[in-house]
Design a binder for this molecule. Structure first.
Ligand SMILES: Cc1cc2nc3c(=O)[nH]c(=O)nc-3n(C[C@H](O)[C@H](O)[C@H](O)COP(=O)(O)OP(=O)(O)OC[C@H]3O[C@@H](n4cnc5c(N)ncnc54)[C@H](O)[C@@H]3O)c2cc1C
Length: 393
Protein backbone atom coordinates (compact mmCIF):
# COMPACT_ATOMS: atom_id res chain seq x y z
CA UNK A 1 0.00 0.00 0.00
CA UNK A 2 1.40 3.37 -0.96
CA UNK A 3 1.76 6.04 1.71
CA UNK A 4 2.52 9.74 1.31
CA UNK A 5 2.58 12.75 3.57
CA UNK A 6 -0.09 15.48 3.36
CA UNK A 7 1.81 17.66 0.90
CA UNK A 8 2.75 14.67 -1.26
CA UNK A 9 6.43 15.66 -1.21
CA UNK A 10 7.30 12.38 0.51
CA UNK A 11 5.96 9.26 -1.17
CA UNK A 12 6.60 5.61 -0.35
CA UNK A 13 4.91 3.42 -2.98
CA UNK A 14 5.98 0.19 -1.24
CA UNK A 15 4.96 1.20 2.27
CA UNK A 16 2.77 -1.03 4.43
CA UNK A 17 0.90 0.61 7.29
CA UNK A 18 0.41 -1.81 10.20
CA UNK A 19 -2.59 -0.97 12.42
CA UNK A 20 -1.51 -0.81 16.08
CA UNK A 21 -4.78 -0.54 18.04
CA UNK A 22 -3.31 -1.34 21.49
CA UNK A 23 -0.14 -1.08 23.56
CA UNK A 24 0.27 -4.86 23.33
CA UNK A 25 0.10 -4.63 19.52
CA UNK A 26 2.85 -2.00 19.64
CA UNK A 27 5.04 -4.31 21.75
CA UNK A 28 4.49 -7.23 19.35
CA UNK A 29 5.29 -5.00 16.36
CA UNK A 30 8.53 -3.89 17.99
CA UNK A 31 9.55 -7.45 18.86
CA UNK A 32 8.93 -8.87 15.36
CA UNK A 33 11.56 -8.42 12.63
CA UNK A 34 10.60 -5.61 10.23
CA UNK A 35 12.17 -4.85 6.82
CA UNK A 36 15.26 -2.70 7.27
CA UNK A 37 14.76 -2.91 11.04
CA UNK A 38 13.79 0.75 11.27
CA UNK A 39 10.18 1.50 12.12
CA UNK A 40 8.12 4.57 12.54
CA UNK A 41 4.67 5.45 13.70
CA UNK A 42 2.64 7.67 11.43
CA UNK A 43 0.23 10.22 12.88
CA UNK A 44 -1.80 12.03 10.23
CA UNK A 45 1.25 12.55 7.97
CA UNK A 46 0.92 16.34 8.21
CA UNK A 47 4.64 16.91 8.75
CA UNK A 48 6.75 18.28 5.94
CA UNK A 49 10.16 17.25 7.31
CA UNK A 50 11.80 13.92 6.32
CA UNK A 51 10.61 11.95 9.33
CA UNK A 52 10.10 8.78 7.28
CA UNK A 53 12.36 6.90 4.88
CA UNK A 54 12.06 4.29 2.13
CA UNK A 55 12.08 0.69 3.37
CA UNK A 56 11.03 1.61 6.92
CA UNK A 57 8.11 -0.20 8.55
CA UNK A 58 5.19 2.14 9.27
CA UNK A 59 2.63 1.68 12.04
CA UNK A 60 -0.61 3.56 12.75
CA UNK A 61 -2.18 4.16 16.16
CA UNK A 62 -5.40 5.46 14.66
CA UNK A 63 -7.40 2.91 16.68
CA UNK A 64 -5.93 4.17 19.96
CA UNK A 65 -8.47 6.93 20.41
CA UNK A 66 -10.00 6.48 23.86
CA UNK A 67 -10.40 9.06 26.63
CA UNK A 68 -10.07 7.42 30.05
CA UNK A 69 -10.54 9.04 33.46
CA UNK A 70 -8.06 7.50 35.95
CA UNK A 71 -7.52 8.91 39.48
CA UNK A 72 -8.87 12.30 38.42
CA UNK A 73 -6.60 12.41 35.39
CA UNK A 74 -7.82 12.14 31.77
CA UNK A 75 -5.60 9.87 29.66
CA UNK A 76 -6.03 10.51 25.95
CA UNK A 77 -5.33 7.79 23.36
CA UNK A 78 -2.32 8.89 21.29
CA UNK A 79 -3.75 8.14 17.85
CA UNK A 80 -6.88 10.28 17.93
CA UNK A 81 -7.25 13.30 15.71
CA UNK A 82 -7.40 16.72 17.36
CA UNK A 83 -10.70 17.29 15.54
CA UNK A 84 -12.26 14.37 17.42
CA UNK A 85 -10.69 15.34 20.74
CA UNK A 86 -12.51 18.72 20.90
CA UNK A 87 -16.03 17.32 21.37
CA UNK A 88 -14.77 14.52 23.65
CA UNK A 89 -13.14 17.04 26.01
CA UNK A 90 -16.22 19.27 25.80
CA UNK A 91 -18.27 16.34 27.13
CA UNK A 92 -16.08 16.57 30.28
CA UNK A 93 -16.45 20.39 30.36
CA UNK A 94 -12.80 20.75 29.31
CA UNK A 95 -10.77 22.14 26.40
CA UNK A 96 -7.24 22.59 25.10
CA UNK A 97 -5.78 25.97 26.07
CA UNK A 98 -4.55 26.55 22.54
CA UNK A 99 -4.49 24.97 19.08
CA UNK A 100 -2.81 25.54 15.74
CA UNK A 101 -4.27 26.45 12.37
CA UNK A 102 -5.84 23.04 11.70
CA UNK A 103 -7.16 20.10 13.71
CA UNK A 104 -6.45 17.21 11.31
CA UNK A 105 -3.28 16.04 13.13
CA UNK A 106 -3.17 13.10 15.52
CA UNK A 107 -2.63 14.05 19.15
CA UNK A 108 0.75 12.30 19.54
CA UNK A 109 1.93 13.38 16.09
CA UNK A 110 1.12 17.03 16.76
CA UNK A 111 2.96 17.00 20.09
CA UNK A 112 5.96 15.08 18.74
CA UNK A 113 7.10 17.96 16.52
CA UNK A 114 6.11 20.87 18.79
CA UNK A 115 2.89 22.00 17.11
CA UNK A 116 1.78 25.38 18.44
CA UNK A 117 -0.83 28.06 17.93
CA UNK A 118 -0.31 31.71 18.75
CA UNK A 119 -0.62 33.52 22.08
CA UNK A 120 1.52 35.85 24.16
CA UNK A 121 1.20 33.64 27.24
CA UNK A 122 0.60 30.30 25.53
CA UNK A 123 3.37 27.80 24.80
CA UNK A 124 3.23 24.88 22.36
CA UNK A 125 0.88 21.95 22.98
CA UNK A 126 3.85 19.76 23.97
CA UNK A 127 4.54 22.13 26.87
CA UNK A 128 1.08 21.25 28.25
CA UNK A 129 1.85 17.52 28.61
CA UNK A 130 1.56 16.32 32.22
CA UNK A 131 1.81 12.58 31.56
CA UNK A 132 3.02 10.29 28.79
CA UNK A 133 2.88 6.51 28.27
CA UNK A 134 5.57 5.32 25.90
CA UNK A 135 6.86 1.94 24.70
CA UNK A 136 10.61 2.26 24.14
CA UNK A 137 12.76 0.52 21.51
CA UNK A 138 13.23 -2.48 23.80
CA UNK A 139 9.47 -2.88 24.33
CA UNK A 140 9.59 -1.44 27.88
CA UNK A 141 6.67 0.72 29.01
CA UNK A 142 7.47 4.07 30.63
CA UNK A 143 4.84 6.13 32.45
CA UNK A 144 6.38 9.59 32.54
CA UNK A 145 5.20 12.35 34.86
CA UNK A 146 6.74 15.43 36.49
CA UNK A 147 7.88 18.51 34.55
CA UNK A 148 11.60 17.74 34.67
CA UNK A 149 11.23 14.21 33.29
CA UNK A 150 8.76 15.37 30.68
CA UNK A 151 10.96 18.25 29.53
CA UNK A 152 13.23 15.62 27.96
CA UNK A 153 10.41 13.93 26.09
CA UNK A 154 7.89 16.63 25.17
CA UNK A 155 9.18 16.95 21.60
CA UNK A 156 10.69 13.66 20.43
CA UNK A 157 10.00 13.13 16.68
CA UNK A 158 9.20 9.50 17.45
CA UNK A 159 12.85 8.84 18.34
CA UNK A 160 12.31 7.67 21.92
CA UNK A 161 9.56 5.12 21.37
CA UNK A 162 5.89 4.81 20.55
CA UNK A 163 3.63 7.05 22.64
CA UNK A 164 0.35 5.32 23.43
CA UNK A 165 -1.42 7.81 25.74
CA UNK A 166 -1.03 11.37 26.94
CA UNK A 167 -2.32 13.52 29.79
CA UNK A 168 -2.50 17.28 29.24
CA UNK A 169 -2.98 20.40 31.32
CA UNK A 170 -6.52 21.26 30.23
CA UNK A 171 -8.81 24.13 31.13
CA UNK A 172 -12.55 24.58 31.54
CA UNK A 173 -14.33 24.73 28.19
CA UNK A 174 -14.60 28.26 26.75
CA UNK A 175 -15.70 30.15 23.68
CA UNK A 176 -13.72 32.24 21.22
CA UNK A 177 -14.58 35.12 18.92
CA UNK A 178 -12.45 35.48 15.80
CA UNK A 179 -11.98 38.70 13.92
CA UNK A 180 -9.81 39.40 10.88
CA UNK A 181 -8.84 42.88 9.77
CA UNK A 182 -6.42 44.53 7.38
CA UNK A 183 -3.74 46.25 9.46
CA UNK A 184 -0.40 47.72 8.30
CA UNK A 185 2.22 45.34 9.68
CA UNK A 186 4.32 48.12 11.21
CA UNK A 187 1.33 49.01 13.42
CA UNK A 188 1.45 45.45 14.78
CA UNK A 189 5.04 45.82 15.96
CA UNK A 190 4.40 49.10 17.82
CA UNK A 191 4.84 49.18 21.59
CA UNK A 192 6.73 45.88 21.72
CA UNK A 193 3.95 43.98 19.93
CA UNK A 194 1.28 45.71 22.05
CA UNK A 195 -1.57 44.49 19.82
CA UNK A 196 -0.45 40.90 20.29
CA UNK A 197 -0.01 41.36 24.02
CA UNK A 198 -3.54 42.67 24.45
CA UNK A 199 -5.10 39.64 22.69
CA UNK A 200 -5.37 36.09 23.96
CA UNK A 201 -4.31 35.06 20.44
CA UNK A 202 -2.99 37.36 17.73
CA UNK A 203 -1.27 36.58 14.45
CA UNK A 204 -0.83 38.10 11.03
CA UNK A 205 -0.61 36.93 7.45
CA UNK A 206 1.30 38.96 4.91
CA UNK A 207 0.96 38.17 1.20
CA UNK A 208 3.88 39.15 -1.05
CA UNK A 209 1.78 39.38 -4.25
CA UNK A 210 -0.57 42.00 -2.76
CA UNK A 211 1.72 43.37 -0.02
CA UNK A 212 -1.30 43.21 2.30
CA UNK A 213 -1.41 42.19 5.94
CA UNK A 214 -4.38 40.58 7.69
CA UNK A 215 -4.37 40.56 11.50
CA UNK A 216 -6.35 37.72 13.10
CA UNK A 217 -7.44 38.00 16.72
CA UNK A 218 -9.15 35.45 18.93
CA UNK A 219 -10.83 36.75 22.07
CA UNK A 220 -12.19 34.54 24.82
CA UNK A 221 -15.96 34.73 25.33
CA UNK A 222 -18.32 32.74 27.58
CA UNK A 223 -19.39 29.38 26.17
CA UNK A 224 -22.61 29.78 24.24
CA UNK A 225 -22.18 33.55 24.21
CA UNK A 226 -22.07 35.71 21.14
CA UNK A 227 -19.41 38.36 20.70
CA UNK A 228 -19.84 42.10 21.06
CA UNK A 229 -16.85 43.10 18.99
CA UNK A 230 -15.22 46.52 19.12
CA UNK A 231 -15.20 48.62 15.94
CA UNK A 232 -12.55 47.48 13.49
CA UNK A 233 -9.70 50.00 13.14
CA UNK A 234 -8.63 49.35 9.54
CA UNK A 235 -11.62 47.64 7.95
CA UNK A 236 -12.93 44.18 8.82
CA UNK A 237 -12.50 41.06 6.72
CA UNK A 238 -14.48 38.52 8.72
CA UNK A 239 -15.83 37.50 12.11
CA UNK A 240 -17.16 34.30 13.72
CA UNK A 241 -17.57 32.82 17.20
CA UNK A 242 -18.36 29.55 18.99
CA UNK A 243 -16.75 26.88 21.21
CA UNK A 244 -12.94 27.25 21.13
CA UNK A 245 -12.34 23.85 19.50
CA UNK A 246 -14.53 24.89 16.56
CA UNK A 247 -13.00 28.35 16.12
CA UNK A 248 -9.26 27.51 16.34
CA UNK A 249 -9.04 25.41 13.15
CA UNK A 250 -9.40 26.69 9.61
CA UNK A 251 -9.73 24.76 6.35
CA UNK A 252 -6.53 24.20 4.41
CA UNK A 253 -7.75 22.67 1.18
CA UNK A 254 -4.95 23.84 -1.12
CA UNK A 255 -1.80 21.79 -0.49
CA UNK A 256 1.54 23.44 0.21
CA UNK A 257 4.99 22.86 1.67
CA UNK A 258 6.13 25.02 4.56
CA UNK A 259 9.25 26.30 6.31
CA UNK A 260 8.97 27.88 9.75
CA UNK A 261 11.56 29.30 12.11
CA UNK A 262 11.18 30.63 15.64
CA UNK A 263 13.29 33.72 16.31
CA UNK A 264 13.61 35.49 19.68
CA UNK A 265 10.65 37.88 19.87
CA UNK A 266 12.86 41.01 19.98
CA UNK A 267 14.31 39.94 16.61
CA UNK A 268 10.88 39.23 15.07
CA UNK A 269 10.16 42.62 13.48
CA UNK A 270 13.65 43.00 11.95
CA UNK A 271 13.57 39.41 10.68
CA UNK A 272 10.13 39.91 9.14
CA UNK A 273 11.17 43.21 7.48
CA UNK A 274 14.23 41.58 5.90
CA UNK A 275 12.16 38.61 4.77
CA UNK A 276 9.60 40.95 3.20
CA UNK A 277 12.26 42.86 1.28
CA UNK A 278 13.75 39.61 0.00
CA UNK A 279 10.37 38.25 -1.12
CA UNK A 280 9.23 41.52 -2.73
CA UNK A 281 12.47 41.51 -4.72
CA UNK A 282 12.80 37.82 -5.64
CA UNK A 283 9.26 36.37 -5.34
CA UNK A 284 7.00 39.41 -5.95
CA UNK A 285 4.14 37.30 -7.33
CA UNK A 286 4.06 34.76 -4.50
CA UNK A 287 0.37 34.37 -3.55
CA UNK A 288 1.12 32.23 -0.47
CA UNK A 289 1.23 34.04 2.86
CA UNK A 290 3.99 34.57 5.38
CA UNK A 291 2.53 33.87 8.82
CA UNK A 292 3.73 35.63 12.00
CA UNK A 293 2.75 34.16 15.37
CA UNK A 294 3.94 34.48 18.95
CA UNK A 295 4.67 31.46 21.15
CA UNK A 296 5.51 31.58 24.86
CA UNK A 297 8.74 29.87 25.93
CA UNK A 298 9.01 26.47 27.59
CA UNK A 299 11.84 24.36 28.93
CA UNK A 300 11.46 21.29 26.70
CA UNK A 301 14.90 20.11 25.58
CA UNK A 302 13.94 20.23 21.89
CA UNK A 303 11.60 23.21 22.13
CA UNK A 304 12.50 25.76 19.42
CA UNK A 305 11.75 28.42 22.05
CA UNK A 306 14.51 27.23 24.40
CA UNK A 307 12.68 29.01 27.20
CA UNK A 308 12.22 32.38 25.46
CA UNK A 309 9.10 33.97 23.96
CA UNK A 310 9.49 33.74 20.16
CA UNK A 311 8.05 34.97 16.89
CA UNK A 312 7.29 31.89 14.78
CA UNK A 313 7.47 32.98 11.14
CA UNK A 314 6.50 30.65 8.33
CA UNK A 315 6.71 30.69 4.55
CA UNK A 316 4.55 28.54 2.24
CA UNK A 317 4.88 27.30 -1.31
CA UNK A 318 2.28 25.57 -3.50
CA UNK A 319 2.75 21.78 -3.28
CA UNK A 320 2.75 21.58 -7.11
CA UNK A 321 5.78 23.87 -7.37
CA UNK A 322 9.37 23.24 -6.24
CA UNK A 323 9.89 24.70 -2.79
CA UNK A 324 13.71 24.73 -2.93
CA UNK A 325 14.27 28.19 -4.48
CA UNK A 326 11.93 29.92 -2.00
CA UNK A 327 13.09 28.11 1.11
CA UNK A 328 16.79 28.41 0.17
CA UNK A 329 16.25 32.17 -0.14
CA UNK A 330 14.62 32.65 3.27
CA UNK A 331 16.41 30.10 5.47
CA UNK A 332 19.67 32.11 5.82
CA UNK A 333 17.60 35.12 6.89
CA UNK A 334 15.94 33.10 9.64
CA UNK A 335 19.31 31.76 10.77
CA UNK A 336 20.88 35.24 10.80
CA UNK A 337 18.24 36.27 13.36
CA UNK A 338 18.95 33.31 15.65
CA UNK A 339 16.06 31.18 14.36
CA UNK A 340 15.41 27.52 15.16
CA UNK A 341 13.35 25.45 12.70
CA UNK A 342 9.99 23.83 13.39
CA UNK A 343 10.73 20.10 13.62
CA UNK A 344 7.72 19.19 11.47
CA UNK A 345 8.46 21.62 8.63
CA UNK A 346 11.20 21.93 6.00
CA UNK A 347 14.75 22.78 7.02
CA UNK A 348 18.20 22.04 5.65
CA UNK A 349 20.36 22.40 8.76
CA UNK A 350 23.16 19.92 9.44
CA UNK A 351 24.25 18.42 12.74
CA UNK A 352 26.61 21.28 13.57
CA UNK A 353 23.86 23.85 13.03
CA UNK A 354 21.49 21.91 15.32
CA UNK A 355 24.26 21.71 17.95
CA UNK A 356 24.53 25.47 17.64
CA UNK A 357 20.74 25.86 18.06
CA UNK A 358 20.29 23.50 21.02
CA UNK A 359 23.72 23.07 22.69
CA UNK A 360 23.69 20.86 25.79
CA UNK A 361 19.95 20.08 25.49
CA UNK A 362 20.48 18.24 22.19
CA UNK A 363 23.32 16.17 23.66
CA UNK A 364 21.07 15.22 26.61
CA UNK A 365 18.32 14.18 24.20
CA UNK A 366 20.76 12.07 22.15
CA UNK A 367 21.88 10.29 25.34
CA UNK A 368 18.24 9.56 26.29
CA UNK A 369 17.55 8.25 22.77
CA UNK A 370 20.56 5.91 22.98
CA UNK A 371 19.33 4.62 26.35
CA UNK A 372 15.74 3.92 25.26
CA UNK A 373 16.48 2.83 21.71
CA UNK A 374 19.97 1.30 21.77
CA UNK A 375 19.34 -0.68 18.55
CA UNK A 376 18.27 2.47 16.68
CA UNK A 377 14.87 1.04 15.75
CA UNK A 378 13.37 4.53 15.46
CA UNK A 379 16.46 6.20 13.99
CA UNK A 380 15.36 6.82 10.43
CA UNK A 381 17.67 7.77 7.58
CA UNK A 382 16.59 11.43 7.64
CA UNK A 383 17.10 11.85 11.38
CA UNK A 384 20.25 9.74 11.93
CA UNK A 385 22.68 12.50 10.87
CA UNK A 386 21.24 14.81 13.55
CA UNK A 387 20.39 12.38 16.35
CA UNK A 388 22.69 9.38 15.78
CA UNK A 389 26.34 9.09 16.76
CA UNK A 390 28.59 11.91 15.60
CA UNK A 391 30.78 9.40 13.73
CA UNK A 392 27.81 8.38 11.52
CA UNK A 393 26.79 11.94 10.61
C1 LIG B 1 -2.16 22.17 6.73
C2 LIG B 1 -1.19 22.13 7.90
C3 LIG B 1 -1.32 23.06 8.91
C4 LIG B 1 -0.42 23.03 9.99
N1 LIG B 1 -0.57 23.96 10.98
C5 LIG B 1 0.31 23.99 11.99
C6 LIG B 1 0.20 24.97 13.03
O1 LIG B 1 -0.72 25.78 13.06
N2 LIG B 1 1.16 24.98 14.00
C7 LIG B 1 2.21 24.11 13.99
O2 LIG B 1 3.05 24.19 14.87
N3 LIG B 1 2.31 23.14 13.05
C8 LIG B 1 1.39 23.08 12.06
N4 LIG B 1 1.50 22.10 11.11
C9 LIG B 1 2.52 21.06 11.27
C10 LIG B 1 1.92 19.84 11.98
O3 LIG B 1 1.14 20.22 13.08
C11 LIG B 1 3.06 18.94 12.50
O4 LIG B 1 3.90 18.57 11.48
C12 LIG B 1 2.51 17.69 13.24
O5 LIG B 1 3.60 16.99 13.76
C13 LIG B 1 1.70 16.78 12.33
O6 LIG B 1 1.00 15.86 13.12
P1 LIG B 1 0.62 14.42 12.53
O7 LIG B 1 -0.38 13.79 13.44
O8 LIG B 1 0.28 14.54 11.12
O9 LIG B 1 1.98 13.67 12.74
P2 LIG B 1 2.94 13.04 11.63
O10 LIG B 1 3.37 14.14 10.74
O11 LIG B 1 2.32 11.85 11.03
O12 LIG B 1 4.16 12.59 12.55
C14 LIG B 1 5.00 13.52 13.19
C15 LIG B 1 6.05 12.79 13.99
O13 LIG B 1 5.43 12.21 15.14
C16 LIG B 1 5.77 10.84 15.21
N5 LIG B 1 4.65 10.18 15.85
C17 LIG B 1 3.36 10.23 15.51
N6 LIG B 1 2.62 9.52 16.37
C18 LIG B 1 3.47 9.00 17.27
C19 LIG B 1 3.33 8.18 18.43
N7 LIG B 1 2.15 7.74 18.83
N8 LIG B 1 4.44 7.83 19.11
C20 LIG B 1 5.65 8.25 18.72
N9 LIG B 1 5.84 9.04 17.65
C21 LIG B 1 4.77 9.41 16.94
C22 LIG B 1 6.01 10.42 13.79
O14 LIG B 1 6.81 9.27 13.71
C23 LIG B 1 6.72 11.63 13.24
O15 LIG B 1 8.07 11.62 13.60
C24 LIG B 1 0.63 22.08 10.03
C25 LIG B 1 0.74 21.13 9.01
C26 LIG B 1 -0.17 21.16 7.94
C27 LIG B 1 -0.03 20.15 6.83
Amino acid sequence: MAWENWSGAQQFPEAELTPLPSEAAVQRWLAAPQGSGVRRVVGAGHSFSPLWGAGEALGSLEGLDGVVLEDGQLWLGAGQRLADLGPKLAAHGLALANQGDIDRQSLAGALATGTHGTGWALPSLAAMVTGMRLVDGEGQIHVLTGPETLDGTRIHLGLLGVVTALALRLRPAYGLAERNAKVPFEALFEGNHARFRSQRHGEFWWIPASDETIFKQLREIPLGGSARLDPLPFGGVGERWGPAWQIFPSDRDARFNEMEYSVPLEAGPACFRELRQALLKDFPKLPWPVEYRIVAGDRGWLSPTQGQRVAAISVHQDARRPYGPLFDRVEPIFRAFGGRPHWGKRFSLDRAAFDDCYGENLERFRALRRRWDPEGRFLTAGLAPIFGDAADA
